[in-house]
Ligand binder design. Sequence first.
Ligand code: NAD
Length: 505
Amino acid sequence: MKDVVTSLGLNTVTSGAFGKSAIVLSGNPVLAVSSPIDRKSLAQVPCADEASYHRVVDESVEVFREWRKVPAPVRGDMVRQIGNAIRDSKHALGKLVSVETGKILAEGEGEVQEAIDIADFAVGLSRQLYGNVMQSERKNHRMYEQWHPLGPIGVITAFNFPVAVWAWNAMIAAVCGDTVIWKPSEWAPLSALAVNSICREVAKSSGFEGVFSLVIDDGPSLGKLMAADRRIPCVSATGSCVMGRSVASVVGERLGRCILELGGNNATIVMPDADMNLVIRGVLFGAVGTAGQRCTTIRRAFVHADIYEEFLSRLKAAYAQVRIGDPLVNGTLMGPLINERAVEGYKAAIARVAQEGGEIAHGGQVISGLPSPLYVEPTIVRASKVIPLMVEETFAPILYVVPVKSVDEAIALNNAVPQGLSSSMFTRNMQSMEQFLSASGSDCGIANVNMGTSGAEIGGAFGGEKDTGGGRESGSDSWKQYMRRQTCNINYGDDLPLAQGVVFS
Ligand code: NAD
């Protein structure tokens, strides 16, 4: 496993801070990185200290002053080259993501593909950062809006998508004329190092290496500094709701801008007219994929009472076929959880199931005899009604299945949690579908029909409502958050008419 770390040159890391100029540190804490697959050591990464963090931000501000003047399509060309460089390393990067996070190889490579896709999207976007032209009410006046670069963007990321989520931010921010300072998860620093090095190498040839910088930490300290840092006008933070509350309050205190991508507690609704083959495949991928460690993982299923038993028995049969083990081996569908804390979270939830009136229908055990103690059984819980556990996000493969009698009831239960990220409904009935998608339907940022809740494409805006934080990243017009809007009024006449017809003479 260490071969991929060595092949990407990550075993010789001498600094935890990667700003415009290399900073070699000594005496800083060292982050010991091991793989959840077998808990063997992968690398020792020195952390950045506070002084080097400040140097990196100063440099990012300095680079921004020049980068913002580069024409956007030229910025786009640099991002095009970055996308190609990531494409060239797709397999190695995908394997590194798998080794570091424990997700299966297909998902590791899929994540890198997502970074490539958003780079492609950003290249096109670099010629489309459009503003509107408005009709002025004043004679011989012109009014329009334009979008300017914002400044250094702080990006704090979670462990579970160590490449894609950063890329959603970084590729868009770069074409918008911003610089990017990345504080990755302490559980996935190597993927960050690898992809950031690729970006810096490409950017160096354009003289703008410092557009992308990275500060590695063994915990949240540098993220907290970032939140409070007035040099950073926008902080994009992905992670738990607890983290988001902290970042939002600190950034809010200084009236900065926040993009929050926080926890999800996603439900799927299964109606009696649904195509059961689609349902079982969709729910299996949505609940078991990435070992239940996606923000968009299906955690709750509201299944019409008429098909509840059939659904459970077919899903249990599908779960029984899931191969659990080394995620690098072909045919494995589920690897380990990220760390011991995640396993403790899984065990704590399982212990509460019976107390709260649920029943384990499948799984529920930590698996022994595998190369690390981080493998757990994907679990199905049957419950005749909603139990308190279902309101929380347990970041593990636990699916709660509850019978419902109507679309109204299912939608109400879908919405009855603090989080509002993703949702889905399986149906072939047009009325049920439209009800789910209507203004009084799902309250989530994402609403899918005849598929699960996970696996978003980059073209749409990604994010959720309520405790998920309200942020939107990736496609559509998410780019506007990385720029500042300026409304311009030009008088090309000889008079000075005032708006609203005000006379002041
Ligand atoms: P986490 O909240 O523990 O950590 C995320 C990042 O925030 C890390 O880099 C961490 O060092 C940093 N951090 C923690 N506390 C901080 C603070 N007070 N100030 C600044 N930075 C701080 O999350 P995790 O365990 O890495 O990831 C799992 C969580 O992330 C789940 O809740 C999941 O739903 C969520 N997530 C959401 C999305 C989304 O797009 N909505 C995507 C991926 C993950």
